[in-house]
Design a protein around this ligand. Sequence first.
Ligand SMILES: Cc1cc2nc3c(=O)[nH]c(=O)nc-3n(C[C@H](O)[C@H](O)[C@H](O)COP(=O)(O)O)c2cc1C
Length: 254
Amino acid sequence: MKIKNNNEIEELLNINNSPFQKFYEASKNVRFRKDLKKPPETWKKVYFKSYFRFEQIKLPKIELPKVALSKALLKRESIREFTKEKVDLKRISSLLYHSAGIKNLDENLYPLRFYPSGGGRYPLEIYLLSFNTELPNGIYHYYPRTHSLEHIYAYKTINFRKYFDQEWVKGSAFIIIVTGVFARTTVKYGERGYRHVFIDTGHLGQNFYLNSIPLNLGCCEVAGFKEDTLNKLLDVDGTEETVISTFSFGNPLK
Ligand SMILES: Cc1cc2nc3c(=O)[nH]c(=O)nc-3n(C[C@H](O)[C@H](O)[C@H](O)COP(=O)(O)O)c2cc1C
């Protein structure tokens, strides 16, 4: 057998030095300052991004039809085929609220959420691309503090191939993009906090999937996105804030 380069030799010797293994080693120990008398403000304050200069669309009354959790769990599956019918704003509102919203919205208290977050740091931001909904086509940012969508960009259509690897995604009525603002978590947990951001995304993602059942929406996570171009579309820098995952939605075909 001919060995072409060092990478192949390392692979054969099973040397543990791929970038992810190095990162895992470096982030194994939590850098958590238990010795501090008073936790710093940056560990307690919950940060929300807002595009307050853009049009704010207050979302309609929030309703989630009652379905037993056991039924929702049984019915949960990834749906990739959608009808051509528009998705109404009421269902989008309910999906966003019951997945990523603030439970005690009317009280001026510490915001309680529908998904857990490592250290209560809530590093995730949510964007929505509309293609076939009651909203005009464009990019929206979800602002949980007022349960509003901020209309940050309008388009007629987008070139899906530029942003996604898979053809079926073109049929989505809307796509939710989850980004992570790492510093919100790493300020408290150091390198280890980077991992928490992805774990939080999994919890939020399961909310999207389960809430889709009573709302009669089809949902499928799409990790097959092109990170650099999608970051550019959202105008996020890809370092401090970057796309973590995306979720496609529509009226299910079957
Ligand atoms: C992190 C993650 C990324 C995924 N990315 C894609 C994707 O890019 N394209 C796709 O068609 N499905 C994607 N899926 C959906 C999985 O293929 C699906 O969950 C799996 O096949 C199990 O099927 P089920 O969800 O219907 O139970 C992804 C799921 C997860 C959790």
